[in-house]
Design a protein around this ligand. Structure first.
Ligand SMILES: [Zn+2]
Length: 84
């Protein structure tokens, strides 16, 4: 896939852990999500499937208010990740 930002280089697909800053919450970490990185312009494109499902589990876990929330995408959808 060509980088949609500069349209000059092929993006590299990686699996990374990312802080989900777009949620507006400082303590949400997404585990092993697909990130497309452009080696040319440095663009980082994060693909987040089933976003509404993610927001639902974040809301549910927020009620319990742990220090750091980690979420992992599974076949069934997003779920809380408890692995240290
Ligand atoms: Zn680019």
């Amino acid at each position: 896939m060509k980088c949609p930002q500069c349209n000059e280089a092929e993006v590299e697909r990686r699996r990374e852990n990312r802080q989900y800053k777009e949620s507006g919450l400082p303590n949400v970490l997404l585990i092993n999500i697909e990130v497309c990185h452009c080696p040319k312009c440095g663009a980082d494109l994060v693909s987040l499937p089933r976003l509404s499902g993610l927001h639902r589990v974040i809301a549910l876990e927020l009620i319990k208010k742990p220090a750091l929330l980690r979420f992992r995408m599974t076949r069934a959808g997003w779920r809380r990740d408890d692995a240290a």
